[in-house]
Design a protein around this ligand. Structure first.
Ligand SMILES: [Cu+2]
Length: 159
């Protein structure tokens, strides 16, 4: 009887650290970012209208016949999608866009040649209740309008 209790006690001591480690590993394991697939066409983006807050990984697939990019920017409160389109009709640069309409610097850009996927992903931490703009500022020629004006513009709301 005494031996059995001692053995059970020893077993509990052996298991407790393993259980504690598993708990800690689960508590601190990084969660995979939510994937947001964006399809670029000539000239539009297909993407979800709402995404969860937190870490999000944007992926770009270009199903168009032209080179496209995906820029993701945090829309400044009060700025609207119409503001962004109007700014691109005036030929806004990314720097001007950030200064006038974005809450932060744009998170970055993905590039994809016609018929390819971008080999990179863009991971950003999105704030709940905010809106983000997806756009392409490329032009087919030096005098052609930016693709955002042609329709490569999409608003994503973070829930
Ligand atoms: Cu484009």
């Amino acid at each position: 009887m005494r031996h059995a209790r001692t053995r059970r006690h020893a077993l509990a001591l052996t298991l407790a650290p393993a259980g504690a480690l598993a708990f800690l590993a689960a508590a601190y394991a990084p969660t995979a970012p939510h994937r947001v697939r964006v399809v670029a066409r000539d000239y539009a983006f297909e993407a979800a209208d709402t995404v969860p807050g937190g870490d999000v990984s944007f992926e770009l697939e270009n199903r168009g016949a032209h080179f496209h990019e995906l820029i993701v920017g945090h829309l400044r409160p009060g700025a609207t999608g119409q503001d962004i389109v109007a700014a691109h009709q005036r030929g806004v640069t990314l720097r001007q866009l950030q200064e006038a309409y974005l809450a932060d610097a744009a998170g970055g850009a993905l590039l994809a040649q016609a018929g390819t996927r971008s080999p990179a992903r863009l991971v950003m931490t999105l704030a709940r209740g905010q809106a983000y703009v997806l756009l392409c500022q490329l032009r087919d020629t030096g005098t052609a309008p930016q693709h955002a004006v042609l329709g490569m513009f999409h608003l994503v709301h973070v829930r």
